[in-house]
Design a protein around this ligand. Structure first.
Ligand code: HEC
Ligand code: HEC
Length: 213
């Protein structure tokens, strides 16, 4: 009985060998679940619950599912076209994800509770950002951010992302990328908003957004 069992196991091992050599994990042949992808790949930079502790990496917790899925699609290069949103780091992260994975990752992070990190900036700077966010700048013609991203920064799904509590560093980087035309996966909407904004206003509004709850 024991000999037969051992022989069966040996045959099974021999058959499995070429596969395990390729995947390096022969015990798990089922496709990865969204939780496995999130904890195994994304957590290193966005944290397990999507509340990133690294200011350059965006928090994803509480972001609209549709917006997250759209960004993941935009980061991915296709056979015929380069990615619509350029980020070498994220493009390599999404290369192996299926359309279904990207949809489920959006739903996964949208469900996580946002715990925004404590923002640090001068009161004056935050106050300037607050005025700009809610009222824009009538003199220079900057529209109010609130008109598209909502008075409390919660965004309007599916097209207008949530901004509230996002790291100031990440937000400022995105504003500069939009302004330079290096991020244009929004049909140029944000470029129009930013062309009349000063560097000081961009910093101030980013600092204010980090304080929004
Ligand atoms: C090595 C670090 C790293 C890993 C791992 C990583 N990301 Fe990112 N992610 C970033 C950085 C940096 C950005 C900002 C990219 C930019 O615009 O320059 C980003 C941006 C994003 C955005 C856009 C957010 C927004 O507000 O527009 C989404 C969505 C995202 N990542 C999801 C994921 C998912 C899902 C995974 C796992 C499959 C993942 N990331 C793994 C570093 C990482
Ligand atoms: C006319 C509508 C509109 C207005 C006004 C507007 N935005 Fe946006 N914004 C958008 C859209 C649409 C996107 C999503 C782009 C995409 O799908 O990738 C966006 C994206 C962003 C992002 C990227 C979010 C992320 O997670 O990567 C930031 C940051 C941002 N806006 C900040 C602002 C600020 C600050 C203001 C005010 C100065 C502002 N927006 C005014 C429409 C608007």
């Amino acid at each position: 009985m024991k000999i037969i069992k051992n022989t069966v196991m040996l045959i099974a091992l021999a058959l499995a060998a070429p596969i395990s050599a390729e995947t390096s994990d022969s015990s798990n042949t089922a496709p990865a679940t969204v939780e496995e992808i999130a904890s195994g790949i994304c957590a290193g930079c966005h944290n397990a619950d999507g509340n990133s502790v690294i200011p350059m990496n965006p928090s994803l917790a509480g972001q609209h599912a549709e917006y997250i899925t759209k960004q993941l699609i935009d980061f991915k290069a296709t056979e015929s076209a380069p990615p619509k949103r350029n980020s070498p780091v994220m493009s390599s992260m999404v290369a192996a994800l299926s359309a279904e994975d990207m949809k489920k990752l959006g739903e996964y992070y949208a469900k996580q509770k946002a715990t925004p990190s404590q923002a640090i900036a001068d009161e004056d700077v935050i106050k300037m950002g607050k005025i700009l966010y809610h009222g824009g700048n009538l003199e220079s013609g900057v529209p109010a951010c609130a008109s598209c991203h909502g008075p409390n920064g919660s965004g309007i799904p599916p097209h207008y992302p949530r901004l509230a509590g996002q790291h100031a560093e990440y937000t400022l980087t995105q504003l500069n990328l939009f302004n330079a035309g290096d991020r244009a996966n929004d049909n140029g909407v944000m470029l129009k908003v930013l062309t009349r904004m000063s560097a000081q206003e961009k910093r101030a509004v980013s600092a204010y957004i980090a304080t929004m709850r």
